[in-house]
Design a protein around this ligand. Sequence first.
Ligand SMILES: N[C@@H](CCC(=O)N[C@@H](CS)C(=O)NCC(=O)O)C(=O)O
Length: 206
Amino acid sequence: MVSYKLIYFPTRGNGEIARQVFKYAGQSFIDERIPKEDWPSMKNDTPFGQLPVLEVDGKQLAQSIAIVRYLSKQFGISGQSSWEEAQVDSLSDQFKDYRLEARPFFRVKMGFGEGDADKLHKDVFVPAFKKMYSIFTKYLKESGNGYLVGGSLTWIDLAVAQHSADLLDADGTVLDEFPEMKDHQKRIHDIPNIKQWIAERPVTSR
Ligand SMILES: N[C@@H](CCC(=O)N[C@@H](CS)C(=O)NCC(=O)O)C(=O)O
């Protein structure tokens, strides 16, 4: 039997979607959460000096999206064809661009940088968010079945639903003008294995 260990910090951050892929698939894994003070002594033993790292039978894989893609292929949620996989990757790249665009706002909001949060919200976050969530809505309408790509859940649904949930935690009205995306978040987080994980996972601020 394959042995899986996901090594990350004690936050959701860049480790959470891999954890959700495991949970969705009903695959057991070691969810190793490294306290900040232990990290410096481990850093040089990781492939790229950063976390998350996935260990598969002791072999290490770095970069969160590569990890999620690999696991999703193993467990059948990467897309039902090469075309669907490419659509998932395309949305994922756009999602990454959106987060880079909105990063100046998120940095200030999370206390990692200085700036006028209200101005950044209006000038940086809102335009980036509206562009991204309009695209997601278009994909949902095109698929017509509640998932972003194809006829069944893929990992991009997990990634986007978690982001939507994080946004809703900060502002319960944020998705009001994107009702399809509000439903999407609820639908994905109501999937029994995901719902159970969300209820039992360690509570962290991010
Ligand atoms: N693109 C990388 C980013 C990884 C990354 O930024 N990891 C941070 C935590 S979220 C980290 O390891 N920070 C500690 C360090 O750089 O020493 C990924 O998605 O895995």
